[in-house]
Ligand binder design. Sequence first.
Ligand code: SIN
Length: 489
Amino acid sequence: MVKLPEFLKTDCYVGGKWVAASSDKRLDVTDPATGDVLASVPRMGAEETDAAIAAAHAAFPDWSSRTAAERALVLQKWASLVRAHADDLARLMTQEQGKPFAESLGEIEYAASFLSWFAEEGRRLYGDIIPPHRNDARILVTRNPLGVVGGITPWNFPVAMVTRKAAPALAAGNCMVLKPAEATPLSALAVAALGEMAGLPAGVFNVVTGAREDAPAIGKALVDSPLVRKIGFTGSTAVGKQLMRDCAGDLTKISLELGGNAAFIVFDDADIEAALDGIQVCKFRNSGQTCIAANRILVQESIHDKFVAALSARARQIQVGHGLEKATEMGPLVDERGLEKVERLVADATDKGAKIHLGGKRHEAGGTYFQPTVMTGVSTEMDLAHEELFGPVAAISTFRDEQDAISMANDTPYGLAGYFYSRDVGRIFRVADALEVGIVGVNTGLISTEVAPFGGVKESGIGREGSKYGIDDWTELKYICLAGLGAAA
Ligand code: SIN
């Protein structure tokens, strides 16, 4: 058993205190690679969520009236502490989520980057002075915090998705109640502990944990409370749609970062080695469990066979194992449900004629490991052409020409990310324009950074996270008409 960090917290953080649930019900947190129980956390419900909302509401007047520079100091210190404890946080993340240690370390830096970035962006929440409609008036527009906000975050990026929401929300002067995913609450609690060490005042950031069965009650308490003015959610499209319907009751604002069905297009003029590097990242990173993973790989007919052979040779080399082993390049899937889904999608595709070139089964390591898989002949009749795979399966189809590739790529209700490889400058602009997505990777499979706007179109979501745009959704515009100034002399 690996040593867990000293700042490992197994109670929730509400109003600046570490608290258990009112019942003694607890949720075991396990290592997906071994099934070992790492720790347990409280199973909270509506009552505890209401207490967290009340704590955030009480903290709001002081936090929102501080200067942006004062709030930035706390966020910068929080970022430094996250970076200083990167090894421990990464080890914890690998144990509760399964991703390889190097990927966890990468995510910790990604998470810290949002704290640093939004500490600065909070200081640039500029308004406007608008030429007035009458001579005796001035029109001012200011950007103001909303009040209490909720964050609901997923297990695939247990720390970065927390800071990508909390950092802009807090930098703008809001106070947050966070509900992390049931599979990965320890990482979120550890980040809260570092926030406390950084000097976050009591109630500014609160964490309530719960099991899958508790999520509806926690979500409902957040959505129904008249004090909660906005929810930021990352997760499935089905849950996102339900939350949005629920938010309609009292018009709570909502931003949604939902599922994707990214196409990864390889044109015959592409640098093939670069495209293979790109797939390595955006197909096999986190065992394929990212919303921006290449769900459908579209390869131009003339290079298909060569490409499939090269990809299979590369994927065969991927070292599968426990994320804390040095050689590991790919860990397990997060749980049995995830594994069963991948199995179902692969079986459906092969039943309907897809051909397996590599893998296709549970990995011999057991547990929730799945083999790196390459399959061809994928068509729109197959479920994996429409559903998010969330597994290490490279599902390949062919296309004839540019128009064909664009039509295939856009043939989905989702629109988060899309990728393509080409060296033709004209084609690069045409295809980037034509893809119906929020994020386009051209000649790269790695598009995540704090400086760029992350988010989707169509059924992949509403709003953007990260970048200078990512703070907008956590603010409200106020127009002040300052009249009675007298006519110009
Ligand atoms: C996600 O998969 O939801 C986030 C991926 C990222 O930010 O890189």
